[in-house]
Design a protein around this ligand. Structure first.
Ligand code: ADP
Length: 460
């Protein structure tokens, strides 16, 4: 896949390309204007020389005299002939180079001689007494060409130099102007990991970036407030529901022990009791979640023995395991110690084992093991139960998500959310692999060295 170009590089390239274009256009304009001005000056020089030369020819008592002064420019030359072609006077190094050039009266022409290019002008016949003369003046393009070639050298060196300066300058300017955006991105990354209390560092500049920072921070504050309010509501609601549910359960249990109840009444009371217990489970799980989110869950990190926890889980689950005739094998080495919160890790394994039983087949097997590898503890729980469909796998850690909620009413859809939160507060991660109809394996990675994380970091 083609990698997108970074904004800083894009800005630098645009800036450089624009400077290059402007410099080239400017140089071309300067070149053509200089060329035109020099051309105009040369024309003016030739015409003026022609006037000077003609003014110097005099007829003194039937004799032609010529003052033979140099023309306007030393780069010009002239040639005066009589009507029959015989030379009367001349100035210049080698005017004969134009001998082959036919006369064209009053027409400025560019001609090439051995000594370079010349601008040539022939006069109309000049009558001095009874003499009829012709004057030819030429001015050299040498200086003109020299100026233009110096300009060309300057441009050829100047344009790449200007482009390089623009490239370096553009890079520095783009980097400086995008620095606040980098800060915004870094803060946004922290926020996107779940820390809504993070704010983008305020810039004091009163420009668009300053405005953007302010607006984003205000938006974050209101999202944070709404989020805290929502968490508080769930926590308060769960807390408030605890007592009425406990009362309903107590009265139901009392009623059930009353003599003389019909089978239908017994059934109805049993349903109420089952739903009460389910509700109590949801409430207690919701409280765990919201307390975790609010960072109010007391976490106590100590050295704990995983093999001992495994034993206690095996005991706690004995009844359920027997009910499904399942075998729970715990292959955790003796004295397998990790740095973690005892009650949370127990809760995490209980949830996973409970699921393995719930979604395991009658007479199935559950296998729990642990190993240390590359500075981390890997806990593996494998079962040979129903398995999880591929399309459901990305969602199983979502709150209230259940693969088949219609079939089984005992689940709440919160167990794996809690598992994921527990793993995250320990700085670890969880991975699941499943084959539909064959079984599921959960891998929990807990770092050997514990790094205290914000309790609310787990995305519940
Ligand atoms: P529940 O209370 O429904 O078990 P969980 O959050 O614990 O909720 O699990 C979410 C869903 O993931 C379950 O509804 C179930 O479909 C699926 N699941 C979890 N563990 C297993 C497992 N070991 N085998 C098969 N499916 C599982």
């Amino acid at each position: 896949m083609r990698k997108a170009m970074r904004l800083r590089n894009k800005m630098t390239l645009w800036y450089t390309a624009l400077t290059f274009l402007i410099t080239v256009v400017f140089c071309l304009m300067l070149y053509f204007i200089t060329n035109n001005v020099l051309e105009g000056m040369l024309e003016w020089e030739v015409r003026l020389s022609m006037q000077q030369v003609i003014a110097q020819i005099e007829n003194e008592h039937g004799m032609l005299t010529f003052e033979n002064e140099v023309p306007v420019s030393s780069t010009s030359m002239f040639f005066i002939t009589e009507e029959n072609g015989s030379e009367l006077a001349s100035y210049g190094e080698d005017i004969t180079i134009f001998d082959q050039v036919p006369v064209k009266e009053n027409v400025l022409r560019k001609v090439k001689g051995e000594t370079g290019e010349w601008l040539l002008l022939d006069s109309e016949p000049v009558n001095v007494g009874h003499f009829v003369l012709r004057v030819r003046v030429a001015a050299s393009y040498a200086l003109h060409h020299q100026v233009l070639s110096t300009l060309r050298i300057l441009f050829l060196a100047g344009v790449p130099l200007m482009t390089l300066i623009a490239l370096a300058g553009g890079f520095v300017i783009a980097k400086r102007s995008l620095r606040p955006i980098r800060k915004i991105i870094n803060s946004a990354e922290i926020i996107s990991q779940g820390d809504l209390s993070e704010r983008i560092p305020a810039t004091h500049a009163k420009d668009e970036l300053g405005e953007l920072t302010g607006t984003l921070n205000r938006m974050l504050s209101s999202v944070d407030t709404a989020f805290v309010r929502e968490k508080r509501f769930t926590s308060d609601a769960s807390h408030e529901l605890r007592t009425p549910i406990a009362v309903i359960r107590a009265y139901t249990e009392t009623l059930m022990s009353e003599p003389g109840l019909t089978a239908d009444q017994q059934d109805s009371l049993q349903t109420i009791l089952t739903e009460c217990m389910r509700m109590q489970k949801i409430i207690s799980q919701l409280l765990t979640i919201t307390r975790g989110q609010e960072g109010r869950y007391p976490i106590c990190i100590e050295t704990i023995r995983l093999d001992a926890i495994c034993e206690s889980i095996s005991e706690a689950m004995a009844e359920q395991l027997t009910a499904k005739n399942m075998c729970f094998e715990c292959a955790i080495p003796n004295n397998f110690e990790i740095q973690a919160d005892q009650s949370l890790i127990t809760q995490m394994l209980l949830n996973l084992v409970e699921n393995a039983i719930k979604y395991g087949k009658y007479g199935g097997n559950i296998f729990l093991s642990a190993a240390k590898e590359d500075e981390q503890n890997i806990i593996t729980l494998r079962d040979d139960g129903t398995g999880i469909p591929k399309d459901a796998l990305p969602h199983i850690f979502d709150r209230f998500y259940r693969v088949d909620s219609s079939r089984d009413r005992s689940g709440t859809g919160l167990g794996l959310s809690i598992v994921q939160w527990i793993v995250l507060v320990h700085g670890g991660r969880i991975h699941v692999e499943s084959d539909l109809g064959k079984g599921t394996t959960f891998y929990v990675f807990i770092p050997s060295t514990f790094v205290l994380l914000d309790h609310s970091n787990g995305s519940l």
